[in-house]
Write a protein that binds this ligand. Structure first.
Ligand code: DGP
Length: 234
């Protein structure tokens, strides 16, 4: 690599996406391809269902347990904070992190919740949903794998877990759109936000894979000169 690795750290890449977008396959392929190119890379995934907090989240997602919406939102966030210092030290040690879901899913899935009696009113305000994740290690690049509800249906529809319903997914998609446009439109503080790129995940898997690679590899090759940022702070 051309750069002075002592001065630069590795990039933190987050891949977000709707259920059925191929996100898990794409993150795994990217990880494999990086390793095949001799890049030190670590693949992490949220929620991390292996920790005690993650086990509570897993039971909730599989509807084995019921939890208050606010309580489970804070558990998802705590599950990310559990790994925060590890993420930072890994990047500083020169290992690229590929992360399957992060704080953006945290906002989108919780702010998409509505009461069955009043489907037009959100249960949890957007800003309330963002608050617990403020200050987490900031990614250097977020790729949002986007598919339409029609494409998701054509891929066999959603699974059995709690949020895998078409109306919920449509609200989640709109919220991801809102989060992405906040980052792109040059709003106050947006200059310190991670770069957000929408990837059309409705295309052939190999085409999406190439698109993802072309976005990620230059960052890995160059390294990052700035310290690890803090999400939604200045
Ligand atoms: P996955 O393992 O990628 O299929 O994610 C599990 C489900 O949990 C998926 O429907 C998205 C949802 N999810 C992921 N992160 C969060 C979060 O922070 N908050 C909420 N409410 N849902 C999340």
């Amino acid at each position: 690599m051309a750069h002075d690795t002592q001065k630069r750290r590795a990039p933190f890449i987050v891949i977000e996406g709707l259920d059925r977008s191929g996100k898990t396959t794409q993150t795994a392929r990217l990880h494999e391809q990086l390793k095949a190119n001799g890049v030190e890379a670590s693949l992490i995934k949220f929620p991390d269902r292996s920790t005690p907090i993650g086990k509570m989240i897993d039971a909730y997602l599989r509807s084995v347990s019921e939890l208050d919406d606010r309580a489970v939102h804070l558990l998802f966030s705590a599950n990310r904070w559990e790994l925060a210092s590890k993420i930072e030290s890994t990047l500083l040690a020169g290992t690229t992190i590929i992360c399957d879901r992060y704080a953006f899913s945290g906002i989108a899935f919780s702010a998409a919740k509505v009461s069955p009696a009043e489907p037009s009113s959100p249960l949890l305000p957007f800003e309330w949903c963002r608050a617990p994740d403020i200050g987490l290690p900031a990614p250097d690049l977020v790729l949002f794998l986007d598919i339409t509800p029609e494409q998701a249906r054509a891929r066999g529809g959603y699974g059995e877990e709690r949020y895998e319903k078409e109306e919920m997914q449509a609200r989640v998609r709109a919220l991801f759109g809102q989060i992405g446009s906040e980052m792109q439109r040059g709003s106050e503080g947006a200059e310190n936000m991670p770069r957000w790129v929408v990837v059309d995940a409705g295309r052939e898997m190999e085409v999406v894979e190439r698109n993802v690679w072309d976005l990620v590899y230059p960052l890995v090759e160059e390294g990052i000169a700035e310290p690890v940022g803090k999400l939604w702070t200045r």
